[in-house]
Design a protein around this ligand. Structure first.
Ligand code: XUL
Ligand code: CO
Length: 438
């Protein structure tokens, strides 16, 4: 029985269409810079927001019915109803991937062995129901922040038995990710951080997190996981301070502990802005370090200082994001809509409107980023800006062959130096607007 009966399959109708259930920009088969849009944009559904979250917040109960016809929620029947609804939802939108935490899929039991059995059962069910479709897992993860045992962290916990539960959940979630054909495995450090330094051994905790990741990598590789391990940086929330503050911090951590060959970044737009960065900044820092792996596609609200997980609508941001993705040669991962409907948008139709908005925003961003690159004015200016480095001296410095004294001598000979060329920011912003607005 169809759950989303009132909603048709969503097709591309173009920017002139006024059909609320049609894409205006996402045209899956359209070729952009030699690749189909659907290949540039492997979109994924976040199981937790779309199939689980009902709008409950700390001021009120849920507004959306996410029982999907199962009647009682929190049962295995409900878990299966979520699978059926998820597949129908993805097929109607032409989305091929989903992302999950272990406890998004099944109700968690007090006994981890029972939870694991339920996970085996539901993943068998997912495989059976997705057979013959092109639907697959993008990445999996373990929820190591919801259960009270993780109040002081998972990899960073003060309690060695709690650490074993974190290890058990990671082990199981990697197994499930492999079983479901996932391309990646994510570590988001939900409570890996501190509320106060008065009670925290920072180095000790970071070493333990690194050990957990090292064991996860070794186990994953031993069972045939060939995908990418990912860290998803976030500076705060739920903790006052989270160790994976931003991409630069997480990359430094991975290098310190010898994990940089197996791990990349999963960059979430709203986490970037929480860290005081732009989305593009986090993508750029990851990209120049060869560690841009995947994206959690959402956006914050400039008026609010927390992780609002809004669906992406700002095409300035999606264009700059896609500019980084194109310069990265694409992503090994994809674009996971770690986004949720606003609490008053509680109907099934709203779930589709949200995804249409997000997919169209990234499709528009892709088209405009490709245009920016093809237009060439921005790249040409950057080449011009750094032109003096092409000379003999610049090359020598870049090759690490120059000495400080030699350079000081040159300065002394020159006596004074003219200003470098103008940064031309306003001109470049005008070029960007010109491309974006046509
Ligand atoms: C929380 C967040 C997580 C991760 C997966 O802010 O983004 O949902 O994406 O644990
Ligand atoms: Co996320």
């Amino acid at each position: 029985m169809a759950i989303f009966e009132g909603v048709p399959a969503i097709k591309y109708e173009g920017p002139e269409s006024k059909n609320a259930f049609a894409f205006k920009y996402y045209d899956a088969d359209r070729v952009v810079m030699g690749k189909k849009m659907s290949e540039h944009l492997p979109f994924a559904m976040a199981w937790w927001h779309n199939m689980c979250a009902n709008g409950a917040d700390m001021f009120g109960v849920g507004t959306a019915d996410k029982s999907f016809g199962a009647g009682e929620t929190g049962t295995m029947e409900h878990a299966k109803a979520k699978v059926d609804a998820a597949i129908e939802f993805m097929q109607k939108l032409g989305i091929r991937y989903y992302c999950f935490h272990d406890v998004d899929l099944v109700p968690e039991d007090k006994d981890i062995n029972v939870t694991d059995q339920r996970l085996d059962e539901i993943t068998d069910y997912i495989l059976e129901k997705t057979k013959g479709t092109d639907i697959k897992c993008l990445w999996g993860t373990a929820n190591m922040f919801g259960n009270p045992r993780f109040m002081n962290g998972a990899g960073s916990t003060n309690d060695v038995d709690v650490y074993c539960f974190a290890a058990a959940q990671v082990k199981k979630a990697i197994e499930l990710t492999v079983k479901l054909g996932g391309r990646g495995y994510v570590f988001w450090g939900g409570r890996e951080g501190y509320e106060t330094l008065l009670n925290t051994k920072v180095k000790f905790e970071q070493e333990n997190i690194a050990s957990l990741m090292r064991m996860a990598r070794d186990y994953g590789r031993s069972i045939g996981f060939t995908g990418t391990f990912l860290i998803e940086p976030k500076p705060k929330e739920p903790m006052k301070h989270q160790y994976d503050f931003d991409a630069a911090t997480a990359i430094g951590f991975l290098k310190e502990y010898g994990l940089d060959k197996d791990f990349k970044m999963n960059i979430e737009a709203n986490h970037a802005t929480l860290a005081g960065h732009t989305f593009q900044h986090e993508l750029r820092i990851s990209r120049i370090n060869g560690m841009l792996g995947s994206i959690d596609a959402n956006q914050g609200d400039v008026m609010l200082g927390w992780d609002t997980d809004c669906f992406p609508s700002n095409v300035y941001d999606t264009t700059l994001a896609m500019y980084e993705v194109l310069k990265n040669g694409g992503l090994e991962g994809g674009f996971n809509f770690d986004s949720k409907n606003r609490r008053p948008s509680y109907t099934y139709e709203d779930m589709f409107h949200a995804y249409i908005l997000g997919m169209d925003s990234f499709a528009y961003g892709l088209l405009k980023a490709a245009e920016m690159i093809e237009d060439g004015r921005i790249d040409a200016f950057i080449d011009e800006k750094y032109k003096t480095w092409e000379g003999e001296l610049g090359v020598k410095i870049r090759e690490g062959k120059a000495t400080l004294s030699e350079l000081a001598e040159r300065a002394s000979e020159l006596k004074s130096v003219a200003n470098p060329i103008s940064g031309r920011q306003e001109y470049l912003e005008g070029v960007f607007n010109n491309v974006l607005l046509g």
